[in-house]
Design a protein around this ligand. Structure first.
Ligand code: MLT
Ligand code: MN
Ligand code: ZN
Length: 306
């Protein structure tokens, strides 16, 4: 299995258009050693190099496709290597890229939970709008423990696991999240048996997802915020990381403590990194801490073979 990180930033990207935090202004002014990042998405394939699943459709998808020519094999006047799309939630940063795929020559095959489907037909009716263009062929992402396949993506088995995070503000469940608002994906190579857990939104560690992480070969998990009060401390928001569904890396019960408890040999990669997070500064002490702990920070274009 091959995984390509298309976008490693959280909503807003890095730099964020209207943000002048230390990271965003430092990147803009070239006074900080850091790399720009687009919004959260990965692509996954099995043995067929021309057939990928897109996991989340980022608002930056067109730039991501341009940066990853493997996703355009050019076999026909209109072509794509994207065989299907899997959504982990209905948030803006994971779904609005669907609009950019409206020229598709067939209805877009999209796997999502019932909760995400409800948000994408009501609160933010992307599916309804797309019905006027290519349409959506929606497949149910069930949380009953059963695996599914993304048609056309050979040799890969997928499983959704409910996680505690937050649905988008246009969800009726925003203040009381329900199972299915946000999922982690367990993606398994059927040949090698190796698997990755992908969870860009993880607000707290429930047993089910922890069990999956312990038995995976690689985890790609929520790297949004370094500290719970990151946005408050910078005067950018009144909300803590945990309030918006993201477990911070530092502090008691934080992501670093959990990752340290994983079996040796599990590859640990942070994804969905917010532009305020000090780990984006390649020379920060926080980044040095991650290096010491053997935790990687995803960057756009990172390729993982499992
Ligand atoms: C999140 O992950 O919390 C959301 O994507 C934030 C946003 O809407 O940008
Ligand atoms: Mn997000
Ligand atoms: Zn910023």
């Amino acid at each position: 299995m091959r995984i390509r990180v298309l976008g490693s930033a959280a909503g807003g990207g890095f730099p964020q258009w209207n943000c002048n935090c230390r990271n965003c202004s430092g990147l803009r002014n070239a006074t900080l050693r850091a790399f720009p990042r687009t919004q959260s998405s990965i692509a996954v394939r099995g043995p067929d190099a021309n057939s990928w699943a897109l996991v989340n459709a980022s608002p930056d998808i067109l730039a991501q496709l341009k940066a990853n020519p493997v996703l355009q094999p050019g076999r026909a006047p209109r072509d794509t290597a994207i065989a299907g799309i899997v959504l982990v939630d209905a948030q803006i940063d994971h779904t609005t890229g669907l609009f950019m795929l409206r020229e598709s020559t067939r209805p877009l095959p999209v796997w999502c939970t019932d909760n995400a489907h409800a948000d994408l037909t009501r609160g933010n009716p992307i599916f309804g709008v797309l019905a006027h263009f290519c349409g959506i062929h929606r497949r149910e992402l069930r949380l009953d423990g059963g695996g599914f396949r993304v048609e056309g993506v050979l040799g890969i088995e997928w499983r959704g696991v409910a996680v505690a995070s937050k649905p988008a503000p246009y969800s009726p469940n925003r203040d009381r999240p329900l199972p299915g608002d946000n999922v982690a994906l367990v993606i398994r190579d059927e040949d090698s048996g190796r698997s990755v857990v992908y969870a860009p939104g993880l607000g707290s560690m429930a047993d089910a997802v922890w069990r999956e992480m312990r038995s995976a070969d690689c985890v790609m998990v929520d790297g949004t915020f370094w500290s719970d009060e990151e946005m408050i401390g910078m005067g950018l928001s009144r909300k803590r990381a945990r309030d918006i569904g993201h477990l911070p890396q530092s502090g008691p019960g934080g992501m670093l403590e959990w990752l340290a408890r994983l079996p040796a040999g599990v590859r640990k990669i942070l994804v969905h990194i917010n532009n305020t997070n000090p780990i984006l500064d390649e020379d920060s002490p926080e980044r040095a801490t991650l290096a010491r702990l053997g935790i990687e920070v995803a960057h756009d274009g990172l390729e993982i073979e499992l």
